[in-house]
Design a protein around this ligand. Structure first.
Ligand SMILES: C[S@@+](CC[C@H](N)C(=O)[O-])C[C@H]1O[C@@H](n2cnc3c(N)ncnc32)[C@H](O)[C@@H]1O
Length: 230
């Protein structure tokens, strides 16, 4: 049996978008190899920019979107989507009135995302830099107010200026009740760092990930001055 003939688990469909069949599974045949191999290659060639040699687990991805009010959310932005484990959770819950914008810098990983999540009208997949996401929203005439920013970016390994720029862009775009959510595989290690940027930081531990990790749930950006002083 070749890879093309192998049965693929039936993708979950979104009950809110029944006309769509979002392919929540990697595409059959997967040109370029399986997701773990694409991530490994990206990690080996780009090191700290990718900072992970495997996609996040589904448990981790579900924790990232836990508690989102899907009826209220109008715009959700995902930064550093990789091969799309969080995007897969997102598209299963998106309502027709919610726009999701997914940004990935690496062209190879972005091509995987586009192949995997094609044909979803309220999902935009953009190959670009997370620091410029407000520009991408404006170019597409999308709402300036973002309800949630989901970041899989390896922010702690970024230069301070880039990290600050991404957090400031996110904070400027977030609505008053918006959240900035940051994935980590080093539980609580960067709690202090995120607390310098945000007034309210909660940590959700995810033991069932390899390695164990979690999600920082951040609200109330402290402002440009606070980060400049760091
Ligand atoms: C740790 S991986 C996380 C991938 C995925 N979210 C997951 O959970 O499996 C970080 C991702 O951020 C992407 N990335 C790094 N710098 C970026 C930037 N400036 N803008 C957008 N994506 C970036 C990398 O290419 C990589 O796919």
């Amino acid at each position: 049996m070749t890879a093309h003939e192998m049965p693929v688990a039936k993708a979950k469909t979104n009950p809110n978008l029944p006309h769509l069949q979002p392919d929540a599974q990697p595409p059959v045949g997967r040109p370029g190899g399986p997701d773990w191999w694409l991530m490994m290659k990206a990690f080996l060639t780009q090191g700290k920019k990718v900072a992970s040699c495997a996609p996040s687990s589904a448990v981790m991805a579900r924790k990232m979107i836990d508690g989102i009010d899907w009826d209220a959310a109008k715009c959700i932005v995902e930064l550093g989507a990789g091969t799309g484990p969080i995007t897969a959770q997102l598209v299963q819950r998106l309502k027709p009135h919610t726009r999701a914008v997914v940004i990935e810098l690496d062209p190879m990983l972005c091509a995987r995302l586009k192949a995997r999540f094609h044909g979803i009208p309220n999902l935009d997949i953009i190959q670009g830099d997370a620091a410029a996401f407000d520009k991408y929203l404006a170019e597409r005439g999308l709402p300036h107010e973002v309800d949630h920013v989901l970041s899989g970016l390896p922010l702690p390994s970024f230069p301070k200026e880039l990290r600050g720029a991404i957090l400031e862009t996110s904070a400027r775009a977030l609505s008053a009740h918006g959240t900035f959510r940051q994935l980590t595989v080093m539980p609580l290690v960067y709690y202090k760092m995120y607390s310098r940027y945000f007034e309210d930081v909660k940590f959700r531990f995810v033991p069932w990930n390899l390695p164990p990790g979690g999600v920082y749930l951040c609200r109330g950006f402290r402002g440009v001055g606070a980060t400049a002083a760091m």
